[in-house]
Design a protein around this ligand. Structure first.
Ligand code: NAP
Length: 535
C-alpha cells in the first residue's frame, strides 16, 4: 500500500492546526509533522500537536513525525539530543511512524534512544531516511541493504535528486526488487514522475504539499494536483502509463486533457508529463529504459518539441512502423508501444509486444479541423486553393497533409529561402509575404506564431485583405479567438481555430492509445479552462 502524505510545515502550533485541518479536508492519507519547522520546539509542543491530529483526523490517518537534521534538508538547527527527544515523545504520544536519518542513526547514543522508544511503543515504526539533494546515490541497492542491516524492522527511505528523467529508473528498479516496505522517489522536476507513480510501484509513502507555498522538497506536487490532475485515487499496480515527452513540459496541457478523458471513460490509465532533456541520445536512452521495463506498463507517448525528429529516428532504428505521412513530414508526434492496429489494448498490456509505431496526428488533426468546419470530406480538398502562412514545423505538417489530399498550396513566408525549400519539397508554390495583397485562396491557414499570447494585438494578414469567400484557419490556439479570426468573422468568412486542431490531434492520439474515441467537448473544455488559468 502507499500513503499519500501531506507534510505539516508550520512555524507555530496555530499554523500547524490550520494546516492539519486543511490536509485532512483535502484527503491526505497520512500527515508528516515536520517538527524542525516549529519555532521554540519542545517535546510538549509535539505531544499537543499529536493530540490535535488524533482529535481532528481520528484513527484512520497515519502520522509520521520527523525532526529533520539540517544536513539532510531540515530547516531548524536542533541538536541530535532534542531531535531524538522529540521522536521519543512522538512514539509515546501515538505517532505511527517516526523518521530519523540513517547517517545519524549510526551514532550509538541516537540509536539506543530511538530503539528504546520503539521497544516501549510497539505501535510505532521507524523510517530510516537518506537524502541526496545533489545527485543519485553512489549505490542505491547497497544503501538500502545497509539501512536494513542497521535496523531490519525499519522502513528505508531513499530520496535523491534526478538530474534527468533517466535517473529515475534505478528508483523504479529498487521498488521492483524489494519485497518489504520501502520509500523511494526522486526530487526535482526530472524526478516528478517518481512521485506520481509511487502508488503504482508500491512505494510506502509519497508526499504532496498542501499548496504551492508549503512544499518541503523540490518537485513536490500539491495534493490537489495528485488527486485531480493525476487521478491518484484510481492508480493501481496495473495502471497503464502514457505521457508527453517534451522539454520544457511544465505548461503542457496534455496531462490535463488525457487524464480527464481517461477519468470520464473510467479507463485504467494515467498520463504523465515526461521531461526528457537533451537530444537524440537522451531520447533513445529514455525509450530503452521504458522498453526494457515492460512491468512499468507504458503504452505510448505524445512527443513534442524538441523530440519530433528524434522519435522518428528511434522508431526507424528499431525497425518499427512509421506512418507514411509522418515519414514524409520528417516528424512524428505519437509513438505507440505494441503492434500497430492489430494488437488490442489488453493484449498490449498482457503480452508486452516489443513493437513500436510512430504517427503524426498534427496533420490529421488539422485536416479534420478544416473538413468538419467547412462541412466537406477530405477528397473535397482536391484542387482547393490554399494559402499557408509560415514554413516552420506546423506549416510542414499542414503542407504535407494538404498536398497529399491534392490541394493547390501556396506558401507565404518571411524568410524566402525557408519557404522556397518547403514549397520545392512538396511540389507547391511559394510567394513572399508582400504578395499577400494578391491573395485569391479559398482557405488561408496561419502557421506562424503571430497573434499568440501575449502578442494578441498582432495579426499576419492586414484586415482589409479578408474576404467573405476565404475561410481562415489560425493554428495559434492561445487565445482561441485571435485577431486574425475576429477580422475574418467580421468580413463574414468561415473560421477555424487552433483549439480545434489541438483537440483533433489529441483525439487521434487518444484513439491510438486507448483504442476508443475520446470526447471532443471535454477536451476542448479542459483546454480552455487551462488557458484561462495560465494567462
Ligand atoms: P516554427 O517552426 O518556429 O515556425 C514559425 C513560423 O512562423 C516560421 O515560418 C516563421 O517565419 C514565422 N514567424 C514567426 N514570427 C514571425 C513574424 N513576426 N513575422 C512573420 N513570420 C513569423 O513554429 P511551429 O512549430 O511551426 O509553430 C507555429 C505556431 O503553430 C505556434 O506558434 C503555435 O501557435 C501553433 N501551433 C498550433 C498547434 C495546434 O495544435 N493548434 C500545435 C503546435 C503549434 P521565418 O521562417 O521567417 O522565421
Amino acid at each position: 500500500m502507499t500513503y499519500l502524505a501531506v507534510p505539516i510545515a508550520a512555524k507555530n502550533p496555530d499554523q500547524a492546526g490550520r494546516q492539519i485541518k486543511a490536509a485532512v479536508q483535502a484527503g491526505a492519507e497520512a500527515l508528516e509533522l515536520r517538527t524542525d519547522y516549529l519555532e521554540n520546539l519542545s517535546t510538549d509542543m509535539v505531544k499537543d500537536l499529536i493530540a490535535e491530529v488524533k482529535a481532528t483526523a481520528g484513527r484512520g490517518l497515519a502520522l509520521i513525525v520527523t525532526c529533520r537534521d539540517k544536513s539532510e534538508g531540515g530547516v531548524g538547527d536542533q541538536p541530535d539530543r532534542l531531535r531524538t527527544d522529540v521522536l521519543t515523545a512522538a512514539a509515546a504520544a501515538g505517532a505511527e511512524f517516526i523518521d530519523f536519518e540513517y547517517e545519524k542513526f549510526l551514532i550509538a547514543s541516537n540509536r539506543e534512544k530511538i530503539e528504546s522508544a520503539l521497544a516501549q511503543n510497539a505501535g510505532c515504526r521507524l523510517i530510516l531516511s537518506a537524502h541526496n539533494f545533489e545527485t543519485k546515490f553512489a549505490d542505491i541497492d547497497k544503501l538500502h541493504q545497509d539501512i536494513l542491516s542497521a535496523n531490519p524492522a525499519a522502513i528505508p527511505k531513499l530520496v535523491y535528486t534526478a538530474a534527468h528523467i533517466n535517473d529515475c529508473f534505478e528508483a523504479f528498479d529498487l521498488l521492483y526488487k524489494t519485497s518489504g516496505d520501502v520509500i523511494v522517489f526522486c526530487m526535482g522536476e526530472a524526478g516528478l514522475i517518481s512521485r506520481i507513480i509511487a502508488k503504482k510501484l508500491n512505494s510506502f509513502v509519497t508526499f504532496a504539499s498542501l499548496n504551492d507555498k508549503t512544499a518541503t522538497a523540490p518537485g513536490q506536487l500539491t495534493i490537489e494536483q495528485f488527486k485531480k490532475l493525476y487521478r491518484y485515487d484510481s492508480i493501481k499496480s496495473d495502471t497503464e502509463l502514457f505521457g508527453v515527452i517534451a522539454d520544457p513540459v511544465a505548461h503542457s496541457m496534455s496531462p490535463a486533457i488525457f487524464n480527464a478523458s481517461f477519468e470520464s471513460q473510467k479507463i485504467n490509465a494515467l498520463y504523465l508529463p515526461l521531461l526528457v532533456g537533451g537530444g537524440q541520445e537522451s531520447f533513445c536512452d529514455f525509450m530503452e529504459n521504458v522498453i526494457s521495463r515492460d512491468r512499468l506498463d507504458f503504452g505510448g507517448f505524445s512527443v513534442t518539441i524538441p523530440h519530433k525528429q528524434n522519435v522518428l529516428n528511434y522508431v526507424r532504428q528499431k525497425d518499427g512502423f512509421v506512418e507514411p505521412l509522418a515519414e514524409k513530414i520528417g516528424a512524428a508526434n505519437t509513438v505507440v508501444l505494441g503492434e500497430p492496429q492489430t494488437a488490442s489494448r489488453e493484449s498490449r498490456i498482457t503480452n508486452h509486444e516489443p513493437r513500436l509505431s510512430a504517427y503524426n496526428t498534427d496533420y490529421a488533426g488539422a485536416l479534420d479541423a478544416v473538413t468538419s468546419a467547412l462541412g466537406i470530406v477530405r477528397s473535397d480538398l482536391k484542387d482547393l486553393s490554399i494559402a499557408i502562412l509560415g514554413a516552420g514545423g506546423v506549416a510542414r505538417a499542414l503542407v504535407a497533409g494538404l498536398t497529399d489530399a491534392g490541394a493547390k498550396v501556396t506558401i507565404y513566408n518571411r524568410t524566402a529561402e525557408r519557404g522556397r525549400k518547403l514549397a520545392a519539397e512538396f511540389d507547391c508554390d511559394f510567394a513572399p509575404l508582400d504578395k499577400l495583397s494578391q491573395l485569391d485562396a479559398k482557405l488561408l491557414v496561419n502557421c506562424t506564431s503571430i497573434g499568440m499570447h501575449p502578442n494578441v494585438k498582432a495579426t499576419p494578414l492586414p484586415g482589409q485583405l479578408h474576404r467573405k469567400d476565404m475561410a481562415v484557419f489560425d493554428t495559434v490556439y492561445n487565445p482561441a479567438e485571435t485577431l486574425l479570426l475576429r477580422q475574418a468573422k467580421k468580413a463574414g468568412a468561415k473560421t477555424i481555430d487552433g483549439v480545434s486542431m489541438f483537440v483533433n490531434q489529441a483525439l487521434a492520439q487518444f484513439k491510438l492509445f486507448a483504442e476508443t474515441d475520446g470526447d471532443a467537448d471535454l477536451m476542448r473544455k479542459t483546454v480552455t479552462e487551462n488557458f484561462a488559468k495560465q494567462n
